[in-house]
Design a protein around this ligand. Structure first.
Ligand SMILES: C[S@@+](CC[C@H](N)C(=O)[O-])C[C@H]1O[C@@H](n2cnc3c(N)ncnc32)[C@H](O)[C@@H]1O
Length: 397
């Protein structure tokens, strides 16, 4: 793409990053031009821009996380997130298993802070498994883990594919489900169209619609579940990969609890009439926007999660759905206020101020508190999770 397509004032990528993006764009143009319909469905686009080996957003070398990257996730906002999560994780480890498996561990911060805190609580796991598809992120995680003493560090192992033998303990997935490629559709008066990517003038990527094929039935099933039809012109996402992903979580868990944390809604809010342009969200250098064609491979492309679909998929594979609530309520129930007070008591004025500001970012409705949801899934583990004790909104699913 032409860098001048970037909105005014947005930082330009460096030369190497731009060249990598141009290479990926070329591959995508060829793929579109070679396809029978001169079009690829949106999930194929999303898969390619996130995961093409060496060039995709998660498989290339971009900074991604933190101040120098494109977005900040809860573990990077504050260690308070991990310290608070540790309370429920410790409970499950005490009663139901000895292993933690983290999906998509990003820059490794959740793992580091959880291990420090579980050590403090006297409830270390035997093994902490990191399931990471991206080689560059695995290297980054190894670097982050360098701060751990050997007694903790030696418990961490990387997996490139889900474990062959299901484990007992805890599975964690923070901001992973939003990175699963989605299909996009547009309702019409009497059918549905699938939205995908074609080439426009000057070979620019552009949205284009095709008859929806099997997606039409899925949209009708969504409408049946909502008890209403979506209005003509309504556009949104369909999470085709979610059931398969929940199946992978389920196959990985013999006994224990799985906590899935992400931005999303129950189905009736997800497909709310006012959300008629869907939920796609892209991140480039801390700017959130909805143009997935910008700088292929250099920006994160995500969609909000349909938590009802996730719960349905979990029930389908025999997992219990034990809790669903907003991140703020989860952290409150799990004791973030007490943990904050305890840490502020031991800290100087500057650190105390920082921690209380970080707590606000995690908790406030306009920040991460309401947008992010926590879903608790369980198998053969009857532990009460404190995070769902303050306000469990299972009935919303
Ligand atoms: C937005 S990042 C979140 C990182 C981290 N969990 C955090 O909270 O900072 C998404 C992560 O999910 C990983 N990922 C995406 N799809 C995955 C899958 N199917 N299985 C495991 N990890 C996946 C990516 O490689 C990346 O590490």
């Amino acid at each position: 793409m032409n860098p001048t397509d970037l909105p005014r004032g947005w930082p330009l990528p460096d030369e190497a990053a731009q060249a990598a993006s141009d290479r990926l764009a070329r591959l995508l143009r060829e793929r579109i031009a070679d396809s029978a319909e001169r079009w690829i469905p949106f999930d194929a686009w999303m898969e390619a821009v996130l995961y093409t080996p060496g060039l995709g957003y998660y498989s290339g070398g971009a900074a991604k996380f933190g101040e120098a990257g494109d977005f900040v996730t809860a573990p990077a906002v504050s260690p308070l997130f991990a310290w608070t999560l540790a309370r429920d994780v410790a409970r499950v480890l005490q009663s139901c298993g000895d292993t933690i498996l983290e999906f998509g561990p990003g820059d490794g911060r959740l793992c580091v802070e959880l291990l420090f805190e579980l050590d403090r609580l006297g409830q270390l796991p035997e093994r902490y498994l990191l399931l990471e598809r991206s080689g560059s992120l695995r290297a980054r995680q190894a670097e982050a883990l360098g701060v751990l003493p050997e007694a903790l560090r030696s418990r961490v192992h990387w997996l490139e594919t889900p474990p062959k033998d299901p484990l007992s303990g805890v599975i964690l997935a923070n901001e992973v489900a939003d990175a699963l490629p989605v299909r996009r559709f547009r309702r019409t008066q009497d059918s549905a169209l699938e939205l995908g990517v074609a080439l426009g003038e000057h070979d620019r990527f552009r949205w284009a619609a095709r008859p929806a094929g099997d997606l039409e039935e899925r949209v009708e099933a969504l409408e049946a579940s909502l008890g209403r039809r979506l209005a003509p012109g309504y556009e949104s996402e369909y999470h085709q990969q979610l059931p398969g992903w929940i199946g992978v979580l389920s196959d990985s868990l013999a006994r224990g609890v799985c906590l899935v944390i992400d931005y999303g809604y129950p189905r009736d809010e997800y497909y709310h009439p006012q959300r008629h342009r869907g939920t796609l969200m892209c991140h480039y250098r801390h700017r959130a926007h909805d143009d997935p064609f910008l700088l292929p491979g250099l920006q994160d492309v995500t969609a909000f999660v349909d938590f009802t679909a996730m719960a349905e998929a979990a029930l389908e594979v025999g997992l219990g759905v034990v809790g669903y609530t907003a991140q703020a309520h989860y952290l409150m129930g799990a004791g973030i206020t007490g943990i904050l007070q305890e840490r502020m008591h031991d800290a100087g004025a500057e650190l105390s101020l920082r921690l209380s500001q970080q707590a606000k970012t995690l908790m406030l409705p306009g920040e991460m508190g309401e947008r992010f949801q926590v879903l608790g899934l369980a198998r053969g583990c009857d532990v009460t999770l404190s995070g769902f004790s303050a306000y469990n909104r299972l009935e919303r699913l």
